[in-house]
Design a protein around this ligand. Structure first.
Ligand SMILES: Cc1cc2nc3c(=O)[nH]c(=O)nc-3n(C[C@H](O)[C@H](O)[C@H](O)COP(=O)(O)OP(=O)(O)OC[C@H]3O[C@@H](n4cnc5c(N)ncnc54)[C@H](O)[C@@H]3O)c2cc1C
Length: 377
């Protein structure tokens, strides 16, 4: 394994020595942090360390929903969180999406705002929820300035050929993007900003001496004036912070089906399941609620029980009577905890972290990364 002491003059002097800002984690948050640091410090040496040869947590594995809250998710949050926290989280997600739109041109990342549906089973009673919709809409209008975000769509199941679904709560302001294109565009921005990303190097420990920070890796120690930790679900490994737990999320993508396209994104059962179309295929994920303890893991394997649940949902409700195959299956690791909000904090004089993005990082990741840059900058 190449050690830092074996590097050339060029590699040391122009890439690895005198680092001003070292960021750990090349996901959405770490990348946004590095880009913000570059905006603030045009001449600083900024380096990102990423332990995978691609980002290996959630940012290149997610479903690409540009979402800020579905009706049943918000209702569920209102049961479990103080009311003002719920709307603050919605607002954060909304502002994060605006920031994403500000940084990337929508066509370059496949971002389309076509709306989302939160599906309702035939057996569910919608009367009580219908009464709450005006209140939800009023709150969303206060955040977005847009009227009538939510409405009930009784025709969505017939339109899409779903079975045993009564209808859906339509959110006209949500969207979807292409996760890989977002990563590709981010890589271009990082390269253009002169930010070095070192893939395949994992940070093992860090020590803040007060005047600089030394990060230990298997390739040798690396020093920087300031350190930003953006390792999300893996944060406890480096910091020991038990408020951040790993949460595996599993996904399948079907084979191509001629002409298959859904009109937007879909949530089901308080967002525990989610699906959309991509390139004439169905992408579906979720089912973590079936085995929360088992899914509290760093392992990237998929499991038969959750794959089975996704298969059943597709066969019985989403593509009933249709022939389909699974072509891709994978898992990603999110960062979750007791509270549904990120942890953005200083850990010592020269070290900060922004982690625990939950299932919201596409929306809030850019803002969280920028906040981290401000914190350590
Ligand atoms: C299957 C799935 C579906 C999702 N769908 C959506 C969605 O539709 N919409 C949405 O908003 N959010 C979604 N999310 C959540 C979203 O993807 C995350 O919140 C977001 O990507 C988090 O970004 P991040 O940069 O904080 O973390 P990550 O992308 O996990 O980045 C952290 C990086 O740190 C690296 N790292 C960890 N430890 C070390 C170390 N010691 N040294 C060096 N590098 C290290 C990891 O390899 C990783 O690349 C989904 C997540 C998953 C897994």
């Amino acid at each position: 394994m190449l050690q830092f002491h074996q590097l050339s003059y060029w590699e040391k002097s122009y890439l690895l020595e005198d680092i001003d800002y070292l960021v750990i984690g090349a996901g959405i948050v770490g990348s946004a942090c590095a880009l913000r640091l570059r905006e603030r410090y045009p001449d600083a040496r900024i380096v990102i360390l990423e332990r995978g040869w691609l980002p290996s947590g959630a940012s290149t594995k997610n479903a690409g929903f540009a979402c800020f809250g579905s009706v049943t998710e918000i209702a569920d949050d209102l049961e479990n969180m103080p009311e003002d926290e719920v709307w603050k989280t919605v607002e954060l997600r909304w502002r994060g999406l605006q920031r994403l739109c500000g940084r990337f041109s929508p066509e370059r990342i496949g971002l389309r705002f076509r709306g989302s549906w939160d599906l309702i089973d035939n057996t569910e009673d919608t009367a009580e929820m219908k009464d709450r919709i005006p209140y939800f809409n009023e709150q969303i209008q206060g955040i977005t300035g847009m009227e009538k975000c939510f409405s009930y769509d009784p025709g969505i199941a017939v339109k899409c050929g779903f079975k045993d679904i009564a209808g859906g709560w339509f959110n006209r302001l949500e969207g979807e993007l292409n996760t890989a294109l977002l990563f590709r565009e981010t890589s271009i921005l990082l390269a253009n900003a002169g930010i070095t990303v070192l893939y395949g190097i994992g940070a093992e420990r860090f020590e803040d001496s007060g005047s600089n920070v030394v990060v230990s890796t298997k390739n040798g120690p690396i020093e920087a004036k300031k350190l930003a930790i953006a390792t999300n679900g893996f944060a406890s490994n480096l910091t020991g912070d038990k408020r951040i737990l790993p949460a595996r999320a599993q996904v399948i993508v079907t084979g191509k089906m001629e002409g298959f396209e859904l009109p937007g994104t879909f949530h089901y059962q308080q967002g525990y399941y989610y699906f959309r179309s991509v390139d004439n295929r169905l992408l579906i994920g979720g089912g973590r609620n079936l085995d929360k303890a088992g899914e509290t893991t760093f392992a990237l394997e998929t499991t038969e029980n959750i794959m089975g649940a996704l298969h059943e949902l597709v066969s019985e409700k989403i593509l009933p009577g249709k022939s389909w195959t699974t072509e891709y299956r994978w898992a990603g690791i999110m960062g979750v905890g007791d509270a549904k909000k990120p942890v953005i904090e200083k850990l010592s004089a020269n070290v900060g972290m922004a982690v625990r993005m939950g299932g919201m990082g596409v929306a809030i990741g850019s803002l969280a990364g920028e906040d981290l840059a401000e914190l350590i900058g």
